[in-house]
Design a protein around this ligand. Sequence first.
Ligand SMILES: [Zn+2]
Length: 128
Amino acid sequence: MRPYDPRKTMLYRQQLQDRRRALARDYWKEREASLAYVQVNPEDEIDMAVRTHTRDCFVTFSEIERNQLFLIDEALRRLDEGTWGICAACGRGIPEQRLDAIPWARTCYGCQVQREAEDGDQVFKAVA
Ligand SMILES: [Zn+2]
């Protein structure tokens, strides 16, 4: 496929990092709130410890935001590896229009639709 203009990928990287920073800020705010809750309610400590091993750890931080944080990290890694902008399912280039709207997109639109039809992953659908 045609490689992406490095000046453009720099802008996408900037976008991803800005979004990541904003999400991470919320994430730590929620985490602090959760820890404060444990200190106030020590009898819930065991329950909270169990939760840290699950994706339910930070109850008020939405699943969608956490998933998006994960996808953004992945996208930044792909930018480093030079595989960013290539559909993870079919290997073709993801159209720029889609990347402009969703710089952390893993797949092209066609593969995305197919994937949703197959597994009906609501969270994935919501963020990518
Ligand atoms: Zn594809």
